[in-house]
Design a protein around this ligand. Sequence first.
Ligand SMILES: Nc1ncnc2c1ncn2[C@@H]1O[C@H](COP(=O)(O)OP(=O)(O)OP(=O)(O)O)[C@@H](O)[C@H]1O
Length: 452
Amino acid sequence: MTQTIRTVRLVDDDPDLLMALSQSLKLAGFAVEPFGSGAEALIGLGPDYPGIVLSDVRMPGMDGMDLFGRLNALDPDLPVILLTGHADVPMAVAALKRGAYDFLSKPVGTDQLAAALNRACQSRALVIENRALRRQQQEALAQDTRLIGHSAIMQNLRDSIERLAAAGGDLLLVGPGGSGKESVAHALHRQGPRRARAFVHVACAALDETRFEAEFLGLEPSGRQARSAGRLEKAHRGTLYLDEIDLLSPGLQARLMGLIEAGEFWPAGAAAPRPLDLCIIASTRRDLQPLVREGLFRGDLYYRLAGVVLTLPPLRDRREDIPELFRHFLLEACTRLDIAPPVIPAAVSARLAAHDWPGNLRELRRFAEAHALGMTAIDRVAEPAPEDGRRGLSEMVAEYEADLIREALRLEQGNASRALARLRLPRKTFYDKLTRHGIRPADFRAGAPAED
Ligand SMILES: Nc1ncnc2c1ncn2[C@@H]1O[C@H](COP(=O)(O)OP(=O)(O)OP(=O)(O)O)[C@@H](O)[C@H]1O
């Protein structure tokens, strides 16, 4: 809410006038700070002064124009109103051109003066509010890479990260999709001894033999000759993040294990391999032990990676973090979109508390982004359906899912491939959902008719 500003720093070298004006402004509801000279009036003024300045122009020493110049340099948005005699009008007009807020010719009636001061106070309040907002947004951006949350689980996690990062060893992160595994891996890297080196993300789900050779190892299609730095080389002396390691094929598990055991890599264009220096952080949504028992995941690779295991719980197990995370994501989205954060209505707070968040922090982030864009279907969710009383949970979820898909298409201007990548959905699932919800990507492309 906009702060109310009523403070007027009043400057006049004539003590009688200073007192008379102070009295009438106090009667008009202002808090007056009277000063007998420009120099004194500058004392204690900072760039975020929560008030405005009303100054006489003609004063010995520092006159009103000089004072205005000094104030303008200190804070160009500080409203300064000048009180002038008839002879000084041209000078005051020049001050207006340089950014003075207003000037009033003496003698000036209390009503006219109060009206001008009120306008200036309102303008000042807006400036201060905008600055606070911008600062908040910048802080939110700076915190972007920080792990938000004060639940006991989060505090423990932070402590573990601090300890493990200092040790700098390999590690396995286990947790459901969107629970923060990659964010934790980044935090470990940032706080560890390799922070000045690369953090290289490898999506194991997308790796097949060809990509493994070309992108991971940096090999020519024809042979063993390294052509350019692959991801492995880029990660050398840094951190290699193997995302969704449980989805690595058995053949690639064997090749990865072979590489780790050999402990060397071929730099691009080099004639001989070099010792590999790597910290490996792997992540999995599934518990790997049953996969090892069933022969679906190599035991030796598992034991190599799982010396230390950090488990991330689903968001519903640390509900107390939800409001803070939501505000964080909302501020972040507003900063990116360069818009003022919207209020959080009670229906949205109720939704935050009631929903199970199966998509964890990623789903919460999307919900916050949708709210920033004014696209949460919360009013509809909160209302009973006209025909059959309250809608069931599945209908609400379907509606929310449709909203997310529309939002992704809107953000990607109707490009279906980018929208499905943004939603991390397989192509077929995405198109099935489009059909089910009757959504057409073409409606979101430039030139498409606007929606109601
Ligand atoms: N503690 C946290 N504070 C703030 N943002 C977080 C936190 N943890 C995760 N996030 C954000 O939540 C989203 C999902 O997190 P992340 O990608 O790390 O999850 P994940 O478990 O690696 O997901 P997946 O299993 O799909 O790879 C990201 O946008 C991330 O920035």
